[in-house]
Design a protein around this ligand. Structure first.
Ligand SMILES: [Fe+2]
Length: 211
């Protein structure tokens, strides 16, 4: 069994390899490689803020939950339709599965234990479930992952989405993120202030709708 620090070192190495292997198709990634690296870093950072000693599985899932957007350029990113539709839900589930299917065998190849990898797979598979599905699973680590992913959205991914799709689509996406956030994360979000005032106005508006 590898020590946690070593696992995370291997994980960072795997993330970099995925980025380099797909660099030639970066133009098909809405956030670009640097944007995806930043998102992974921000989700990890939020995980560290939300729990004292996060498990290695939680950290691996924070880093790789969206690896699909790097390794499946042109497919893993961007949904033009209605984010309340069944099609969007299935798109998100497929995205989560592609991320898990890509990274889990690579973690096994690197000698990470099956138990760690299976737990990481579970967390990645469910990170984009609906709020109702997530609360039914009653999994504290999944709640933290979803909270960290949603909180990180406002400083990574969100700004690029706003630039590409405008205010109404951003509001729509914030609704999707807030809807799946556990209650503690919504409370945290309500007191967060972001650099961009549009983000502050929209998240306050969406949080207000949930009350
Ligand atoms: Fe994410």
């Amino acid at each position: 069994m590898k020590e946690n620090g070593l696992v995370l070192e291997l994980a960072n190495e795997l993330f970099s390899i995925a980025c380099e292997e797909n660099r030639s198709r970066e133009s098909e990634m809405a956030n670009g490689i640097e944007g995806e690296k930043e998102h992974g870093r921000m989700v990890l950072l939020w995980v560290g803020k939300l729990v004292k000693n996060p498990s290695v599985e939680l950290q691996l899932s924070a880093l790789f939950h969206d690896i699909d957007r790097v390794v499946t350029p042109g497919v893993g990113e961007g949904f033009a339709g209605d984010r309340k539709s069944k099609a969007y839900k299935s798109y998100k589930k497929t995205h989560a599965k592609r991320s898990a299917d890509y990274i889990c065998p690579k973690l096994i190849e690197k000698g990470i234990g099956h138990k760690v990898v299976e737990r990481t797979r579970f967390l990645i598979l469910h990170h984009d479930d609906t709020g109702a599905e997530i609360s039914r699973l009653c999994d504290e680590e999944l709640d933290v992952l979803v909270a960290a992913d949603s909180l990180a959205f406002f400083s990574s991914v969100g700004p690029r989405l706003y630039e590409l799709e405008g205010k109404d689509r951003l509001r729509d996406k914030i609704r999707f993120m807030v809807e799946k956030m556990p209650k503690f994360a919504r409370t945290l979000l309500s007191s967060e202030r972001f650099e961009n005032e549009v983000f502050n106005r929209l998240k306050d508006e969406v949080l207000g709708e949930q009350k």
